[in-house]
Ligand binder design. Structure first.
Ligand SMILES: Cc1cc2nc3c(=O)[nH]c(=O)nc-3n(C[C@H](O)[C@H](O)[C@H](O)COP(=O)(O)OP(=O)(O)OC[C@H]3O[C@@H](n4cnc5c(N)ncnc54)[C@H](O)[C@@H]3O)c2cc1C
Ligand SMILES: *[C@@H]1O[C@H](CO)[C@@H](O)[C@H](O)[C@H]1NC(C)=O
Ligand SMILES: *[C@@H]1O[C@H](CO)[C@@H](O)[C@H](O)[C@H]1NC(C)=O
Ligand SMILES: *[C@@H]1O[C@H](CO)[C@@H](O)[C@H](O)[C@H]1NC(C)=O
Length: 386
């Protein structure tokens, strides 16, 4: 699972690109990489390994890592962007492999006991068996969707698609009522960060990242932050000193650091319209709304203490991001997607959104900055590099 407080999706926004210096550049031609997120750093590493040393990385922000970024709440490190790593599948996630190498502290997200931990809107827990039957229906609904998606995909060259909600309608099991809706949010919106009426069934089910890397999710809880994974890659080829990149080819706006461990935190996830609403209202109003929910859930005559601090990441309002991560909407064709991946003259595109296999994830960004497979968006550069 991913997504975090106050997130929203902008489908397929270009985050950065590569510009090459000439039509068929020998390795000495200069390359500009725009953006030092996971994909930009990987693109630089790819170029370095292919013999292009004459590149510069321009990053508008004061740091590398992009949407992999830690924040501070009362001196405690929290993740503002990417939170979860995945494992348990037949392939290994490059981000998770690096995290293991650098011994990043992670917590297994145990969803096994969820049925005993779902609260009613007005307070009190749902009975376990009630939640269990809601999960059973949701499982069948997802399975039906996956089956239907396979049928749609098997139609060669066809653009036929349907929204996830559309498949739920065909299955005659549209979530309704607060419990079903909460379960459906957990199964779908929470992952895509957009509602089921928007998300493409064909390009979402089965979730390839989970199929390949596994569904076991590990929550990064390390004072060094998830961003250390990006730093680890950068340090392999950019000169650095005391964990600070000193390579003149990396040009940041400015740089700051601070970190500490912590506890006693509540983590809230909102997506889509709700996240846009929250990004735009005062923190005071958000705090009052959270307090109201907590009082209903846990109050029962007890005093609920006010939070000391709140941290609301605002990816949508940030002009460098304009959202949290991409999602594939129903109606967007594979053909349009391939167009999106194509170079524009000498501008090459990388970024999480250019790898449809792992779109929306750190691993997608990682692979988009490589030219391993002909479908990788940087692949055409290989022909020119060799
Ligand atoms: C809230 C949230 C939760 C997430 N949860 C997860 C998760 O649990 N697991 C997971 O795998 N993924 C998760 N993701 C997604 C993951 O963080 C992204 O897919 C990935 O980090 C994107 O990397 P990127 O290199 O494609 O883009 P970015 O990280 O956005 O990098 C783009 C870089 O370009 C810079 N830039 C932008 N415009 C300019 C400009 N004009 N000039 C110069 N520089 C510019 C930006 O500052 C940024 O550094 C989450 C994301 C968010 C926001
Ligand atoms: C499951 O959750 C309930 C309610 O929070 C708790 O009492 C119980 O100990 C949990 N069981 C396990 C196995 O974690
Ligand atoms: C999905 O397909 C499998 C294999 O064909 C089948 O056994 C299963 O019943 C289908 N599930 C649903 C919910 O349609
Ligand atoms: C995404 O990256 C993986 C690993 O390099 C690759 O196998 C896959 O084809 C890529 N997908 C696309 C659509 O570029």
């Amino acid at each position: 699972m991913k997504v975090s407080c106050s997130v929203v999706v902008f489908a397929l926004v270009f985050h950065f690109f590569l510009v090459t210096g000439s039509r068929s550049p020998p390795p000495s031609d200069s390359v500009i990489i725009i953006g030092a997120g996971m994909s930009g750093i990987m693109a630089a590493k790819t170029l370095e390994e292919a013999g292009y040393k004459d590149y510069i990385i321009l990053e508008a922000d004061s740091r590398i890592g992009g949407r992999v970024h830690k924040g501070q709440v009362d001196g405690n490190t929290v993740e503002m962007g990417a939170n979860w790593l995945f494992s348990g599948g037949p392939k290994s996630s490059p981000a998770h492999e690096i995290a293991k190498k650098i011994k990043l502290r992670t917590l297994y997200s145990d969803y096994g006991n969820l049925s005993s931990n779902i609260y009613k809107q007005g307070g009190g827990l749902y009975e376990k068996h009630v939640v269990e039957s809601a999960f059973k229906v949701a499982d069948a609904r997802q399975e039906f969707g996956t089956n239907l998606s396979k049928i749609l995909s098997s139609k060669k060259g066809g653009d036929d698609d349907i929204s996830i909600l559309g498949s739920q309608r065909l299955f005659k099991q549209v979530p309704k009522g607060p419990l079903d809706l909460a379960v459906d949010y957990f199964y779908n919106d929470f992952e895509e960060a957009e509602p089921t009426r928007i998300s493409s069934l064909k390009n979402t089910f089965p979730r390839q990242l989970m199929e390949d890397f596994g569904e076991d999710s590990y929550f990064v809880a390390d004072p060094r932050g998830f961003e250390t994974v990006v730093h680890y890659i950068a340090n392999q080829f950019l000169s650095h000193n005391n964990n600070k990149i000193t390579d003149p080819r990396l040009q940041l706006k400015k740089h700051l650091e601070n970190e500490l461990p912590g506890e006693n935190m509540i983590f809230v996830t909102v997506t889509d319209e709700e996240s846009r609403r929250i990004e735009q209202q005062s923190e005071k109003k958000t705090k009052a709304e959270i307090m109201q929910v907590l009082k209903k859930m846990f109050g029962n005559g007890k005093q609920i203490p006010e939070p000391d601090t709140m941290l609301i990441p605002k990816w949508w309002s940030n002009r460098l991001y304009k959202g949290s991560y991409s999602n594939w909407p129903n109606g967007y064709t594979l053909h349009s997607y391939h167009d999106l991946q194509q170079p524009f003259g000498r501008i090459y595109f990388a970024g999480e959104h250019t790898n449809s296999t792992y779109l929306g994830y750190v691993d997608g960004a990682y692979f988009s900055g490589t030219f391993r497979s002909p479908s990788d968006s940087l692949y055409p550069l290989l022909g020119r590099a060799t």
